[in-house]
Design a protein around this ligand. Structure first.
Ligand SMILES: C[S@@+](CC[C@H](N)C(=O)[O-])C[C@H]1O[C@@H](n2cnc3c(N)ncnc32)[C@H](O)[C@@H]1O
Length: 417
């Protein structure tokens, strides 16, 4: 295995591709893997995993020795239902993110501020997490870590303050385990279920996961809540949007379960809980890895964003806001003081529940225009060190789309010592 770095460069025609300097040629990267952080992750996977492991769980490779990776197969299997009724612009937007964000069940609800799923798989790989280990996200949002961990055979726990997020995470996870008969039932009962959901909230209990999880009901409920939020943002009515959202959900789930069965993947366990990251109900030294992304101070009001869904489900937004990190306080100064006070408690809890010498990975960016120049990642880093973590690595990842507000986020690898 020869990497081209030793070749002499005499002319432009000898210039090597940057990837050929870091990877042998039998390792083919996924299409459009070009950002520096992606190449860093690909290189770490190449260093830490065997060829067979890269094929089974690598996140940045298309093939090794011309054998396609599972990630490539999962991302490439797209059912036609996903594209039904979608404009060319929407199609190309989603196809762009095919290998990084738009696969498995990640696309079921467009949760703002969610993890980049491919990156999470890469982090799990370089942390060396193994089957039998338990990973935790104490602010799990839409359950991205849990979905990724389950696909590669790792057990996980997701904790979240927002009950709507817990529902969403649970649906995204349970949908990984569903079957084609359930998907047919969802389409067959679409009209009947829509009438029930639009007319009577009393039926909600039947659709929610609290009374034992019924995948067909819970997936339909999430699609209904998605269409409801979408209808408020655009000029179309929920009657029109609901069938297309539900069919897209079924298409996405179907694409994944086909790949799952072809690859004989066993989806591992994930449990979810409505809880508080500042006060975890988990034993000391019980967790093998934490990967989490806290609110970036008050950059996003998560309760307000999900107001229609939370209200439909019967939750009181102002009670929720009192418990949510980043949302308390009137002035900027007060909000920031509350935020750092809360984050200090979260870091103390993360340190307590993590096993010694294991990693807590925190992904955080700074909305420094809103914070008046205060950098969240440096404050979090300082607090983490005081709680007994050491910072082993810090990777910078650019944030696309909101460059005027926030340019980068930081991936902090904190080890408990
Ligand atoms: C950046 S988002 C996490 C997104 C998540 N990584 C994903 O992939 O969907 C931060 C989350 O922290 C949650 N949160 C806020 N305060 C919390 C608290 N006290 N305990 C647990 N979760 C909280 C918010 O509801 C929000 O979903």
């Amino acid at each position: 295995m020869q990497i081209e770095s030793t070749k002499k460069i005499n002319s432009i025609s000898d210039l090597p591709k940057i990837t050929s300097l870091v990877l042998p040629k039998e390792f083919e990267l996924l299409p459009k893997t070009s950002e520096v952080f992606e190449l860093e992750f690909a290189f770490y996977e190449y260093k830490f995993l065997t060829k067979d492991e890269i094929i089974r769980k690598g996140a940045f490779f298309k093939s090794v020795d011309e054998i396609p990776t599972y990630h490539y197969i999962i991302c490439s299997n797209n059912s036609s239902l996903i594209w039904e009724g979608r404009s060319e612009i929407t199609k190309s937007y989603f196809k762009e993110g095919n290998f990084s964000t738009g696969y498995a069940t990640h696309g079921l609800f467009p949760y703002r501020g969610k993890f980049h799923p491919q990156l999470i798989k890469g982090i799990l790989n370089i942390l060396g997490v193994q089957p039998g280990d338990v990973v935790l996200d104490p602010m799990c949002g839409s359950g991205t870590l849990n979905v990724e961990a389950s696909i590669i055979g790792i057990d996980s726990i997701g904790i979240e303050k927002s009950p709507f997020c817990v529902l969403m995470s649970k649906v995204k996870y349970e949908a990984l385990k569903t079957d084609s008969a359930t998907l047919s039932l969802i389409i067959g009962d679409m009209d009947k279920n829509y009438k029930a959901l639009i007319n009577s909230k009393k039926l909600l209990a039947e659709f929610s996961y609290h009374n034992g999880f019924q995948p067909e009901k819970a997936i339909t409920l999430l699609a209904f809540l998605d269409a409801m939020g979408y209808a408020r943002r655009c000029s179309k009515s929920i009657d029109v949007l609901f069938p297309s959202v539900l069919k897209r959900y079924v298409g996405q789930i179907n694409s994944f379960i086909q790949a799952r069965d072809k690859l004989n993947l066993k989806i591992s366990n994930a449990s979810f809980e409505i809880g508080d990251a500042r006060n975890l109900t988990l034993a000391d030294n019980s967790i093998d890895a934490i990967i989490t992304s806290p609110p970036y101070s008050f950059a996003i009001d998560y309760a307000e964003n999900d107001r229609p869904q939370l209200e439909y489900l019967g939750y009181n937004i102002s009670d929720l806001k009192d418990e949510m990190i980043g949302l308390k306080g009137r002035t900027r100064k007060e909000k920031l003081a509350n935020y750092f006070d809360d984050m200090n408690k979260v870091l103390a809890e993360m340190h307590r529940v993590l096993k010694i010498s294991k990693y807590a990975v925190v992904i955080i960016g700074s909305n420094d225009i809103q914070t008046g120049g205060i950098r969240l990642e440096t404050k979090v880093e300082d607090m983490a060190l005081k709680h007994g973590f050491v910072l082993d690595q810090k990777i910078v990842k650019p944030i696309k789309g909101i460059q005027n507000k926030m340019k980068d986020e930081y991936i902090l690898f904190l080890r408990k010592v």
